[in-house]
Design a protein around this ligand. Structure first.
Ligand SMILES: [Zn+2]
Length: 304
């Protein structure tokens, strides 16, 4: 299978779980509508939801953060293609300040798809590996290369000052090899992207450097570094607590440990996945994505 096709398939999985591949690269004929209003997280920080991929008919892409600062608006992630004008309209309902900055938490099309829907003078920021990954996407080739990130960083980047400060952190691989955690220090809020997308097994995008082995380590670094956050915006589920994010870090470590045990016992990836059920220890967690995550970890461990 050509690499091109494979990455398309993966993009579809990312967005949907079982999305028809044909839709992934083009404007869906019937696009779900955005929420009719912004959802306030705290003070001058909002999100645009309808981000759960479970109901395809309502899915618009990952949670978008909207942070209104004195100097302009920072938009974190841009959903699937075609939502730029809608996001801009929603921002106008809370401020007349211009959108000055887009941060892409990672490469996937449900987080970068509408970059092209914003004015060309908006500064686009991402981790350096995410820029590299985005350069491989059809959506950013040719003319559209102008919507790639221009500002990148390696470990940490701070934008703005005082109450308008935004800190971008890279703690290592997980969902991909370029996921940014965004901290709004004045509000004690962290936006996690798909490093913490939902309460189910993570999606490990091996083609973009995703790693189930590194994911728990990345969370350990986060927990050791980030001290003053109480509220978390996940990638594809409702706003929650920092405690929930810490719990998710432990979940990824337990998932990895259980997978390693099964592999050492000689189980196939499918048998391993069938035998792993962490839902008793993690109430409210689903098992719908365990099979794919275990297969990705098997693939990774086999290559070590
Ligand atoms: Zn993703």
């Amino acid at each position: 299978m050509r690499l091109f096709t494979r990455s398309r398939v993966l993009g579809g999985l990312v967005a949907a779980g079982a999305l028809s591949v044909a839709v992934a690269g083009q404007q869906p004929a019937q696009r779900a509508t955005l929420p009719t209003s912004l959802e306030k997280v705290k003070d001058n920080l909002y999100i645009i939801g309808k981000s759960s991929p479970v109901d395809r008919s309502q899915f618009t892409g990952g949670n978008v953060g909207v942070f209104v600062t004195d100097g302009g608006v920072v938009v974190v992630d841009t959903k699937l293609a075609g939502y730029g004008p809608g996001i801009i309209e929603l921002v106008k309902t809370v401020t007349n300040k211009p959108i000055t900055t887009i941060i892409n938490t990672h490469t996937h099309g449900d987080h970068t798809g509408s970059n092209e829907g914003f004015p060309a003078n908006v500064e686009i920021v991402a981790h350096e590996n995410t820029k590299t990954n985005m350069m491989k996407m059809d959506a950013f080739k040719g003319e559209k290369a102008q919507f790639l990130p221009k500002k990148t960083y390696k470990d940490k980047l701070t934008l703005g000052t005082g109450k308008d400060r935004v800190d971008l952190y890279y703690f290592g691989a997980g969902h991909t090899n370029g996921d940014t955690f965004i901290v709004y220090p004045a509000l004690r809020v962290l936006q996690a992207g798909d490093m913490f997308a939902w309460k189910d097994a993570p999606l490990y995008d091996r083609n973009n450097g995703g790693s189930g082995v590194e994911h728990p380590k990345s969370f350990a670094k986060l927990v050791a570094t980030i001290k003053d956050v109480d509220t978390v915006i996940p990638g594809h589920s409702p706003v929650t607590t920092f405690k929930d994010l810490e719990e998710y870090g432990r979940y990824t470590a337990d998932l990895l440990a259980a997978t390693e045990v099964a592999m050492k016992a000689g189980k196939s990836a499918d048998d391993a996945a069938a035998s792993i059920d962490l839902s008793a220890k993690y109430p409210g967690y689903k098992n719908e994505r365990v099979k794919a995550a275990v297969a990705a970890i098997y693939d990774e461990l086999a290559k070590k």
